[in-house]
Design a protein around this ligand. Sequence first.
Ligand code: NDP
Length: 333
Amino acid sequence: MLRWGLIGASTIAAEHMIGAFRATGGEVTAVMSSDAARAGTYAKAHAIGRSTTDLDALLGRNDVDAVYVSTTNDLHRDQVIAAARAGKHVLCEKPLALTVADARAMVAECKTQGVVIATNHHLRNAATHRAMREAIRQGRIGRPLFARVFHAVYLPVHLQGWRITKPEAGGGVILDITVHDADTLRFVLDDEPVAVSAMTSHGGLGASGLEDGVMGVMRFKSGLIAQFHDAFTTRYAVTGFEVHGEDGSLIGRDCMTQVPKGEVWLRSEAGEEALPLVHENLYQRSVRLFQEAVAGQGMPSVTGEDGIRSLSVALATLEAARRGEETPINPDN
Ligand code: NDP
């Protein structure tokens, strides 16, 4: 059982993570916010015993074993490094940071301090994506040649804040959604992207130059190419994830989502079949595997290194769109 401290009085913690910590047997002991009144209101609303505006006070608590960092993206680096130095295990939201160098520094500090760090890319925990990965590993579609990710959604009104107004906080659809596509593609395909081309769009939500739509193509080590479409502005699209191989195609629908749902069909010479799926709350699975990793049993579903690599893809996508050129992906700088 882990006792959690929340760094950030965020929506994601309120809507998904506090429930996941409790459902997996954990306790939420304290919350930190930059605003004392909000911290107090948040603590009361979610039955959290302590609230503070002082990071060191939260990190100094003996009843906090691990922290969940879900502040805006610009704050993750310093908060994660401070938490590691205080000996706390860290579950950090995506994107880990705003540069690969910062993300590397965070992961390195956790390693030095001997604490677990995981990145909260929830989609690896989806039954749909795990089933597609397994089907590919079993050779059921032969050599994968193409993938397509449909992740264009409508940003809920209550989240229309820093994501669409603050470049300095790490806003924009690429750092918010393309980073998830990158991580899910890396996981399902068990392959690494090496280059990306992209074009961004401005459909009326993004301000201060922030993109609210993107389409692009990633090239992987194996030679596979993957198309992606992400947006904050499409109210009626259906999400999906497809992999097309020499001997079959996997068609996932309604699967780029925060809730345990969606379906996957395998189409091949034998016909079409729905893959059997056992859905589980994505965030609870993330926390369960994190707890096990802290106990020395196995790995988190998404490691710190995964967080670095998936961030490097998102940053290369931003660069590719800016330059209008195919851009190499380099997770080492
Ligand atoms: P929020 O905007 O809800 O929270 C981010 C910060 O904004 C909080 O730490 C809080 O600061 C401040 N804040 C929140 N609500 C208010 C408010 N009403 N008034 C003033 N300030 C407020 O962001 P999200 O929860 O959507 O995202 C947080 C992090 O989680 C990001 O890194 C994001 O990328 C990630 N995320 C991940 C998801 C996933 O599925 N893995 C899904 C959604 C988000 P303070 O704590 O100082 O009060």
